[in-house]
Write a protein that binds this ligand. Structure first.
Ligand SMILES: C[S@@+](CC[C@H](N)C(=O)[O-])C[C@H]1O[C@@H](n2cnc3c(N)ncnc32)[C@H](O)[C@@H]1O
Length: 308
């Protein structure tokens, strides 16, 4: 039912990113350096620079392979930097050596114009800085912060302990409703917030949202059988967020079908908060005061059972 082929590479790679060098090397060998390099390149995006990745003495070239600006990095180092934010020990940068001609030093610098920006652009993509969730929400266009809701502060607080873990997150409701090219802001936000996270978005409408660690699924959150299958194929999840139809019946059905697929110690989040209060059988305390509502009402916690 679901296209999870890429997860067979990503899931073990994200697990091994914080492991010792021997285990990480063995994981890369098992997955094949080509498949791992493809994941690294998928994360970096386009850059006007050549990226050489080295593993077991073999170098493969990526991005702009005809460029004479070359960033060279060990593949394991790249994986550690990308998913675990670790500093590199194998980085080298080769840039063209401009001639010192009649233009003198000014000409020498002119020939290097754009090189530092190009190199730094790639390096920043290879080791993304940790950003605040509110900042990511505004940049990536989810309504979870600003305009409609002021939720990210609560998410940030509850998700902090999982931030560097290889989490699996499912969000019901990708956004954009019937427009296949709209929505996905929150999925991109979660992908960036959890550097080792695998993110699944579920929507009743077809969606064209793509991302290196994002998978989208089309389905109805009121279909319990479908949700159970989803949980068995892609779970267990560390986090489930219900931001779909917001209809109480749907919220209840989804909760009963998916909660068994939430890992011990995980989180099940239902939003907006007034729906949660209704869902829990309490009267909402008024509208338009989301920022004041305690975050706890957004979250259903599972008790850790010590199996993680
Ligand atoms: C509020 S938007 C989600 C916003 C998004 N999570 C964000 O933060 O950017 C709600 C989405 O839920 C989807 N939806 C509505 N009913 C649904 C259902 N029964 N099952 C799954 N998705 C549904 C809609 O198509 C819409 O794209």
């Amino acid at each position: 039912m679901l296209d999870t082929a890429r997860w067979t590479v990503l899931a073990p790679l994200l697990q091994a990113a914080t492991a010792g060098p021997d285990l990480l090397d063995a994981t890369i060998r098992g997955l094949t350096p080509q498949a791992v390099a493809a994941e690294v390149v998928a994360e970096t995006g386009e850059h006007d620079v050549r990226l050489d990745l080295v593993f077991d003495g073999v170098t493969t070239s990526h991005l702009r392979t005809d460029s004479d600006v070359v960033v060279t990095l060990g593949l394991a180092d790249a994986v550690r930097g990308l998913y675990a934010g670790r500093p590199w020990s194998s980085l080298s940068v080769r840039t063209p050596d401009p001639e010192m001609d009649e233009r003198g030093i000014a000409g020498w610098f002119a020939d290097r114009k754009g090189v530092p920006q190009a190199v730094q652009g790639l390096l920043s993509a290879l080791r993304p800085q940790r950003r605040d969730l509110g900042e990511l929400a505004v940049e990536l266009g989810t309504d979870k912060w600003g305009d409609l809701h002021w939720y990210t502060q609560h998410y940030e607080r509850h998700f902090a302990r999982l931030r560097t873990e290889p989490v699996r997150l499912l969000e019901i409701g990708i956004g954009g409703y019937d427009d296949p090219d709209r929505g996905g802001g929150s999925l991109r936000m979660w992908e960036r917030f959890f550097p080792r996270g695998l993110v699944v978005g579920l929507d009743i409408a077809h969606k064209n949202v793509r991302g290196p660690r994002i998978t989208t699924v089309r389905g109805d959150q009121s279909d319990a059988e479908f949700l159970d299958r989803l949980g068995r194929e892609l779970g267990p999840f560390d986090i489930v967020i219900d931001d779909g139809s917001h209809l109480n019946d749907h919220v209840r059905t989804s909760f009963h079908a998916l909660f068994p697929h939430v890992r011990s110690g995980g989180l099940y989040v239902v939003g907006p908060a007034d729906r949660v209060l209704a869902f829990l059988g309490r009267a909402p305390g008024g509208h338009g005061r989301h920022v004041d509502r305690p975050a706890q009402v957004l979250c259903g916690w599972t008790e850790p059972r010590g199996d993680r």
